[in-house]
Design a protein around this ligand. Structure first.
Ligand code: FAD
Ligand code: NAG
Ligand code: NAG
Ligand code: NAG
Ligand code: NAG
Ligand code: NAG
Ligand code: NAG
Ligand code: NAG
Ligand code: NAG
Ligand code: NAG
Length: 601
């Protein structure tokens, strides 16, 4: 997370002349009304905008607070952002003090440009287990969300492409599970890591705990395998590059307005006794997080639906600002409650992450690049000239998924016996958001991430100013069960590091990890150094029709309202034990099909 940031080189890819990308509210044709107004251009919103505008008779407006992704080098060259450096295109949030982190607050990045967090994320692409999708079907009472029924949407999203170095990928994935005709480009790493063969050796030496998994996107995730990533051979593939590509942006019935910060949605009367919300209020004044603005707001109406896709933080905040949420919390801030629903903003869930660092005996790590600006500039020039070299990769080298054999804290949180409790990620260098990069040395990181936490947190309003960040409390490691899972994961990593496969490679653990030799010291290491892997979900959860809790029906329509739907990370009723971007794209694909069906369009 230490490569310097290259905001706009502006010289890398030709910027298409795009007729329907608008930068200011006044540029939108005044007379136009829209069938659908979509709020937020991330994983969910870009899919909706694309699919709903396939029918030339359907008009769609997509509103995004951030700028365009075009020409943003950090959102193009895969290795550059390394997770955190893209602050120019971020909301810059922090969490409330986290008791599970010994009271620390942590940075909480969220992408703020076309593509949303898919333009700034680390690009791991995992579908989640078949048990996970079958649990979504059970929890919502909608068989449409089952693994079997979601297959067609998974394949619509995926376009498997060659790796940058063109190597033979036989033995690194199973092509029979994949599509080469979908939208988001997916590929395997395109530049070798010095330890690739040691990973394969590890899966043989420790085959009982860490078998080789040819394809973790087959529905069965356990074991170690090659990472599939949203990389179009050499460049990031995002919701913006895929679903808002020039050929779609040129549709006359799709309008995309950037720099449009939505401040709330407005009631537009009642439909069969339920409040309708078919108006969106926004401003194109450029207001930073924590700022204020009295600039005039603009209102735009949808004739059919307003669809919120502002993500797990943004969507909850917009609902609360609009009077949809817990009445007590809203009235304390002087916001009139239109629909009292205590589930809005509740149950925020995220994956805690810990960077376990090791000194290694190699000078082929990316530390050579992160610690040396001259070499970094050389590698950027190589990427620019040939689309090859170390920068075609994300920081992720291999992924592994595992369960803890015994759990003294019960009940189990996973979707089933072949769904992981935690993940390990191998990275060919020093990858941490909580430990500063040393000035020299060569490193490997084996990240542990808790993927099936029991803790639940919340998003609440701190003020009624739409430009203030809400209180974000993911309640990281907020239960003894979660701490136990993280301790088990670190213990498993120490076993891997001690395997013969790593004998002449790993020199020793980094100081903080080396000191974690007693149960108390291990706990303290985790509390001091853990952070987030950036996966918040669940703040406007789907629940069965008629349930006494939840925010949306299983089709994303907001309960007890009319004309309002949500399709983004906030509607997942449980966090998937996987990197979530693929799941959110799939929500978008099925969500769009449900919208088309509901309106016959
Ligand atoms: C640093 C980082 C690394 C990650 N790494 C991975 C990974 O490797 N693999 C993976 O699967 N997932 C990863 N994720 C998570 C993944 O990107 C998200 O889960 C996914 O993008 C969520 O989709 P979404 O549509 O819910 O929200 P987003 O993609 O975040 O999109 C929400 C959009 O709404 C806009 N918006 C918000 N509020 C407003 C408003 N008031 N008005 C107008 N627009 C608004 C935002 O600017 C944004 O464009 C990562 C995330 C981050 C931040
Ligand atoms: C890739 O490798 C496999 C197995 O070694 C082999 O069968 C296949 O022919 C190779 N493909 C190409 C295109 O070389
Ligand atoms: C790939 O998956 C298919 C379908 O499940 C299976 O029949 C085949 O054996 C798998 N191939 C390999 C090499 O495992
Ligand atoms: C939007 O809808 C509201 C409520 O129905 C109405 O008062 C307003 O005039 C509409 N605005 C536009 C721009 O159509
Ligand atoms: C986040 O911080 C960066 C760097 O300071 C800044 O450029 C950007 O505008 C900030 N984003 C917001 C939404 O305030
Ligand atoms: C949180 O989620 C659980 C199910 O996981 C549900 O029973 C509970 O009602 C939710 N809480 C709120 C406030 O919605
Ligand atoms: C790598 O390290 C070895 C010895 O540790 C050294 O001989 C060699 O020159 C180094 N290579 C580079 C490219 O720095
Ligand atoms: C930094 O990289 C340049 C270019 O590859 C190289 O010449 C130089 O020796 C490197 N500096 C250090 C301190 O390794
Ligand atoms: C990228 O390549 C273009 C020509 O294709 C060149 O003009 C530009 O200087 C290069 N930029 C960098 C950073 O190497
Ligand atoms: C919440 O608002 C208060 C002022 O009302 C401010 O001091 C505090 O920093 C805010 N908290 C966050 C997390 O923004």
């Amino acid at each position: 997370m230490h490569l310097s940031s290259y905001p706009v080189l502006g010289l890398l890819l030709p910027i298409a002349c795009v007729a329907t990308l608008y930068e200011r509210a006044e540029e939108l044709p005044a007379s136009t009304s829209y069938d659908f107004v979509i709020v937020g251009a991330g994983a969910g919103g870009t899919v909706l905008a694309n699919r709903l505008s396939e029918n030339p008779g359907t008009t769609v407006l997509l509103l995004e607070a951030g700028p365009s992704n075009l020409g943003v080098t950090d959102a193009i060259i895969p290795m550059l952002p390394q997770g955190l450096a893209v602050t120019t295109y971020d909301w810059n949030y922090t969490t409330t003090p986290q008791p599970g982190f010994a009271g620390r607050s942590i940075g909480y990045p969220r992408g703020r440009l076309l593509g949303g967090s898919t333009s700034t994320n680390t690009m791991a692409y995992t579908r989640a287990s078949n048990e996970e999708w079958d649990r979504y079907a059970r929890l919502t009472g909608d068989e449409g969300w089952s693994w079997k029924n979601m297959q067609k949407y998974m394949l619509m999203n995926e376009k498997f492409v060659a790796s940058a170095d063109g190597h033979n990928t036989t033995g690194q994935y199973n092509a029979s599970y994949h599509s080469t005709t979908g939208m988001v480009s997916i590929s395997l790493p395109g530049y070798p890591h010095p330890f690739d063969s040691r990973i394969i050796e590890t899966t043989k030496e420790l085959s009982e705990d860490w078998p080789f998994n040819l394809d973790m996107n087959s529905g069965y995730m356990l074991g170690i395998g090659w990472p599939q990533q949203s990389i179009d051979t050499s460049a990031r593939s995002s919701g913006a590059t895929a679903y808002l590509a020039a050929e779609y942006m040129s549709r006359p019935n799709l309008h995309v307005l950037v720099n449009a910060h939505v401040t709330r949605i407005l009631q537009t009367g009642t439909d069969s006794g339920k409040p309708a919300f078919r108006s969106v209020e926004y401003t194109t004044a450029d207001v930073p997080t924590g700022g204020t603005s009295t600039a005039a707001r603009t209102v735009v109406n949808a004739t059919k639906e307003v669809i919120l896709a502002a993500g797990a933080i943004g969507t909850a905040q917009i609902l609360l600002l609009s009077g949809i949420g817990p009445e007590k919390e809203l009235s304390a801030l002087g916001i009139k409650t239109i629909l009292n629903n205590p589930s809005v903003g509740a149950n925020l869930t995220d994956h805690p992450l810990l960077s376990n660092l090791f000194y290694v005996n190699s000078n082929e790590t990316y530390d050579s690049i992160t610690m040396n600006g001259t070499l970094e500039a050389e590698d950027i020039a190589i990427w620019n000239a040939t689309q090859q070299g170390p920068l075609v990769n994300s920081p992720l080298a291999h992924l592994g998924w595992a369960r803890v054999p015994n759990n003294p804290y019960g009940p189990d949180t996973t979707a089933g016996p072949t769904t992981p409790h935690y993940e390990i990620l191998f990275s060919n260098g020093f990858l941490s958001t909580t430990t500063p990069l040393p000035s020299s040395g060569h490193f490997m990181t084996i990240v542990t991430a808790l993927t099936s936490p029991a803790a639940r947190g919340s998003v609440t309003l701190n003020t009624s100013n739409p430009f203030d960040q809400p209180n974000i409390n993911p309640n990281m490691l907020g239960t003894d069960y979660d701490m136990f899972l993280m301790e088990s994961a670190v213990t498993a990593v120490m076993k891997i590091a001690a395997a013969d496969a790593w004998k002449d490679y790993i020199i020793k653990p980094f100081e903080d990890l080396a000191a974690a030799t007693t149960p108390d010291a291990l706990k303290s290491y985790i509390q001091t150094k853990a952070a987030t892997i950036f996966h918040p979900v669940g703040t406007a959860a789907m629940s069965p029709k008629g349930a006494s809790w939840g925010v949306t029906h299983p089709d994303g329509l907001v309960k007890h309202t009319a004309g309002l739907r949500i399709i983004d990370a906030s509607i997942l009723p449980v966090i998937p034990s996987a990197h979530p971007q693929a799941a959110i794209y799939f929500l978008g694909e099925r969500g769009a099909a449900l919208v088309k069906e509901a309106h016959g369009c």
